[in-house]
Design a protein around this ligand. Structure first.
Ligand code: CP
Length: 330
């Protein structure tokens, strides 16, 4: 079954390339040229990351992380990226901030702006909050993940990882399995991968697919993505794919009734050892993390050579170095 993909609209009149400020709020407004530039500068930044050599590019600049939702890899890799570029880095701790006394998000951000910042990195559990903030500050804003909507730097990191490990993305057969409905990573990745010419198949029970993909015949579509909602078809696609991207079951966003239970999901849709060794022992494996071990993937597979999960985390630092340079200096 093939459904048209409903790409997110370009919510923002603030363009990564053409606006006065270089916000990075989603991947929609990134041109293929900008993506290529980011990939090339990530290659250069990776040398500094590997040798742990600081460069003075952002000396004198202050970057602020403000995360309203938990994170390990995105938050820490942005901090590491900023420090490798010699920036000063501030992490705002929401539970100990004056927001607990009733201060609004915008007043909190304006307060931090008055104290001094040159770039703001925001994660929020509601879609669109980074856009609201971007319209109310005079520094570049980077979206570090807004609910189910977008996670541009994870997606750019994934694109970079695929290019580095598998070569050209065009015509690569990529299977995305899991909780697409709640996944900002899937939305951003599908957007970029389709534009870069990959053949994308998405496999999930219908309850874990976005409703609009299942019930609507959307006309505002750019490309087509194949959708599979039966696990046996997913198995046959696994055997023919170059790469599988597994997605975390997002228990914190799961509506009641999306899944009978995690054991059943794991049995029908998870990448078990037997599925992997019998069907696709050569396939590359990616997962944006954090992983629910034993649910979407067996722990043993995580450490095989086929797994690019460690590389995804490592590449997150140089990719975020490139993004910070583009946003702050361009
Ligand atoms: N992939 C990702 O966003 O991980 P964190 O939630 O740990 O940042």
């Amino acid at each position: 079954m093939t459904y048209d993909m409903n790409l997110p609209s370009n919510h923002s009149n603030i363009d990564f390339q053409e606006g006065k400020l270089n916000h990075l709020l989603d991947v929609d407004s990134l041109s293929l040229n900008s993506i290529e530039n980011l990939i090339q500068s990530t290659d250069l930044a990776k040398k500094n990351f590997v040798s742990k050599t600081k460069i003075p590019t952002l000396k004198g600049k202050t970057i602020v992380n403000i995360f309203f939702e938990n994170s390990t890899r995105t938050r820490v890799s942005f901090e590491q990226a900023g420090k490798l570029l010699s920036a000063d880095f501030i992490n705002v701790n929401i539970p100990s901030s004056s927001m607990t006394k009733g201060e609004s998000i915008l007043n909190t951000i304006k307060t931090i702006q008055s104290i001094g910042m040159d770039c703001l990195i925001v994660r929020h559990h509601h879609s669109g909050v980074p856009y609201l903030i971007a319209r109310n500050v005079n520094v570049p804003v980077i979206n570090a993940g807004d609910s189910m909507h977008a996670h541009p730097t994870q997606s750019l990191t994934d694109i970079y990882t695929i290019r580095t490990e598998l070569g050209e993305i065009k015509n690569k057969k990529i299977l995305i399995i899991g909780d697409v409905k709640h996944s900002r990573v899937a939305r951003s990745n599908i957007n970029l991968l389709v534009r870069l010419g990959a053949n994308i198949t998405v496999a999930a029970p219908t309850t874990l697919l976005p409703d609009s993909w299942v019930v609507q015949n959307n006309t505002r579509n750019l490309k087509r993505v194949k959708i599979i909602s039966h696990y046996l078809k997913m198995e046959s696609k696994l055997a023919k794919s170059d790469l599988v991207m597994l997605l975390r079951i997002q228990k914190e966003r799961l509506d009641q009734g999306c899944l009978p239970d995690l054991d059943e999901y794991s049995k029908l849709w998870g990448l078990s050892k037997s599925r992997f060794y019998n069907l696709c022992p050569k396939i590359y494996i990616m997962h944006p993390g954090p992983v629910n071990e034993g649910v979407e993937i067996d722990s043993e597979i995580l450490s095989l050579n086929n797994s690019l999960i460690d590389q995804q985390v490592e590449n997150g630092v140089p990719m975020r170095m490139s993004v910070l340079e583009f946003c702050i200096l361009k």
